[in-house]
Write a protein that binds this ligand. Sequence first.
Ligand code: HPA
Ligand code: MG
Length: 209
Amino acid sequence: PATPEPINDDWPGYSLDLFNYPTHYSGDLDCVIIPHGVIMDRTERLARNIMDDLGDHDIVVLCVLKGGYQFCADLVERIKALSRNSNHTIPMRVHFIRLRSYLNDQSTEDLHILGAEDLSFLAGKGIVGTGKTMETLLQHVKAFKPKMIKVAGLLVKRVQHSLASVPDYVGFEIPNRFVVGYALDYNEYFRDLNHICIISESGKKKYKV
Ligand code: HPA
Ligand code: MG
C-alpha cells in the first residue's frame, strides 16, 4: 500500500488555539501534530486498503490495548461500514490483548503481554493488529499459524535503529518525539484528548510518576 508523506522533524504542528481540546490540559501541550479529523480521514482510507487486500477472508482483529483502542475501534467501524455497503460482507471478530512497556516517556526493557496466553482462535484466520508493532507479539502470533497476518499502526516513529517490522498499513510517519492523545497516554493521562499532540515540558513534569 502507498506510504504516507512523512510528517517532518521541522513540522511545527498546529497551534492549540485553532482547535477545541479539554481545558484541563491547557499548558500541558506544545502543539497538535495530527488533528482528529485527519486521523479519521486517514483511517477511512486504511480501512479501504485492508478490505481490498483481504478479499473474502474472515478477519480476526487483535487490538493492542491500551493505546490502540481508539484506532482499533475507529478502524473496525470503517471496515464495518465498507462491508455493509459491499456485496460480499466479511465476518469480523475482535480480540484484545494488553501491552505495557512505557514509564513516563521512556521505553522500559520489560514488555508485558497480558491476555495473549491463548491465541489459538487465530488459527487459519487473517489478522489485522492495531497499535504499535512489536516483534515479540508477532512471534507469538505467528506460532498459531494464521493464514495471513497484517499489522496496522496509526503511527510509525522515525527511529534510526530497528525498523525490523514495519506495519503493513501505516497511518502516519512521525518524528521520534513523545506524542499523546487519541488513546496514547503519558502515565495514563491524555487518553481523553482527541487530537495527537506533543506534550510540553511542564506537562511532562505535572504528570510524572
Ligand atoms: N506516546 C505514548 N505512548 C507511546 C509513545 C508515544 O509517543 N511511544 C510509545 N508509546
Ligand atoms: Mg502508554
